[in-house]
Write a protein that binds this ligand. Structure first.
Ligand code: BES
Ligand code: ZN
Length: 445
């Protein structure tokens, strides 16, 4: 009799001890699944603290962090110190890029042409004060230019078929001292040449209507002289950096695989970038902190990238810096970009080809376990996962969809950050990674 009462009491105590903490402290588990959480899973999931992520977003988003500026350097120093405070050795991997300052003044005038023109200077155009005969040069393809004498002249070229940069360099190669390109359709376009080419002639863009009028003017008035002045543009080489912290696998049992968790720490000009992407950066830090003492036979690399906003420069530099062997050992890239806005929609995973891969599979299994529903995926290529996917590495972006309308503006601030969203995404990624490294541990035993 006494024995059975003790047994009942013990059963009740054990029952309370195992069920109550889970129910009371972790409302994120789908109710039917929580019994299946093992000790490592609870260690990771209970370790993740949205307060830490929030506080780091707050610190990082005190100012914009444009690549190549002092503020980016400051953020890099902060991220490095945080990683080190969790016990990681870190590497700051720097790289250079060309930055372009647009001209302070520019003008185009055409002899005998009364209409006013509204030229737009191409991003990356060089300066120049040139004057010469205007010659119509078709689409500016090399074969069209063969029969033309452009030496000392200004080439007038229609948009289409080949890039702006190729049109300008073709005309320059044939001796042109300036280039006017005109649109072949109405509406605004991106007038970038993509990169610096200091040997090309100065160049501006006109609208379709202006270009057509100019073509008819010079055909009626052969020998018309034009004058193109572009002043104050400058090219500077700037430096940005990636911050890398590596969790080495257990020495005796390494399976040679690598997982990369990453986010970009730079922002666009004028934007504090709390959500884009201090959120992903701070979440990468928190996952590094929580996973530090989980034993793994997979290497885990935590990387924050610079200059994403300038064209994925940091992540492509990082991927290019890897050896073929390292590239082949990376089994997954988790890219966290815009993971905490109150005003954005639901979490979605995006892959470059729109198809599932190891990252979406792991994350869907984790989200199903945590929330009862797997996070959906679709196609998207607007962030650093692209650099990994292009190297054949399974990669996915974590983002809320639709995004808040004020991303890339001064309104992207800490007050719009949701701790619930941060906790949810960090738990999904944490559990996905844990499942991968423990499945592998079991396999290699
Ligand atoms: N976080 C954005 C990407 C983004 C924004 C994805 C909204 C989906 C919805 C990222 O930082 C960004 O701005 N990317 C650039 C492209 C990149 C190649 C410069 C973009 O989308 O304009
Ligand atoms: Zn971003």
């Amino acid at each position: 009799m006494r024995y059975s009462i003790n047994k009942i009491i013990l059963t009740i105590i054990l029952g309370i001890a195992t069920v109550v903490p889970i129910v009371a402290f972790s409302p994120h588990f789908a109710s039917t699944e929580f019994e299946e959480m093992n000790a490592l899973e609870t260690q990771v999931l209970w370790g993740i603290n949205a307060e830490n992520i929030y506080n780091n977003i707050k610190t990082l988003s005190e100012s914009p962090r444009v690549a190549g500026t002092e503020q980016e350097k400051k953020a890099v120093g902060y991220i490095k110190k945080e990683f080190e405070s969790y016990g990681y050795k870190t590497e700051v991997q720097s790289f250079t890029f060309n930055s372009y300052t647009p001209p302070q003044s520019f003008a185009l005038s055409i002899d005998g042409f009364s209409q006013s023109l509204h030229p737009v200077v191409f991003e990356y155009s060089v300066n120049g004060n040139v004057s010469g005969e205007i010659v119509a040069a078709g689409l500016g393809k090399m074969e069209e230019l063969q029969s033309l004498n452009l030496t000392g002249k200004i080439a007038l070229i229609q948009r289409g078929e080949i890039t702006f940069a190729d049109k300008i360099s073709n005309a320059t190669a044939k001796g042109a001292i300036g280039v006017i390109i005109y649109n072949h359709e109405s509406g605004a376009i991106n007038v970038s040449l993509g990169d610096t080419n200091k040997t090309s002639a100065p160049a501006v863009l006109l609208t379709k209507a202006e270009g057509n009028d100019l073509v008819s003017h010079i055909s009626k008035n052969p020998g018309t002289i034009g004058k193109l002045d572009i002043e104050g543009a400058s090219f500077n080489e700037k430096t940005s950096s990636n911050v890398i912290a590596i969790k080495k696998p257990m020495q005796t049992k390494s399976n040679n695989n690598i997982i990369v968790i990453g986010a970009h720490h730079d922002s666009v000009l004028g934007a504090p970038g709390a959500n884009d992407d201090a959120s992903g950066t701070a979440m990468t830090l928190e996952l590094a902190r929580v996973l530090k003492n989980i034993s793994s036979n997979t290497e885990i690399r935590f990387v924050t990238f610079g200059a994403e906003e300038l064209g994925l420069l940091g992540s492509s530099h990082y991927v290019e810096s890897l050896s073929e062997d390292e590239k082949s050992r990376i089994v997954a890239n988790f890219n966290l970009d815009m993971v905490g806005s109150k005003n954005a929609g639901e979490l979605i995973l995006q892959t470059v080809d729109g198809k599932p891969n190891l990252v979406t599979d792991l994350s869907q299994a984790a989200s199903k376990k945590l929330n009862g529903e797997p996070t959906p995926y679709n196609q998207g290529e607007r962030s650093d996962h692209v650099s990994f996917a292009e190297a054949g590495i399974p990669a996915a972006l974590f983002i809320h969809n639709p995004t808040e309308e004020w991303y890339h503006t001064p309104q992207d601030t800490i007050d719009k950050i949701s701790k619930e969203k941060l906790q949810d995404v960090a738990e999904i990624v944490g559990l996905a990674i844990l499942n991968q490294i423990t499945i592998e541990s079991k396999r290699s035993k």
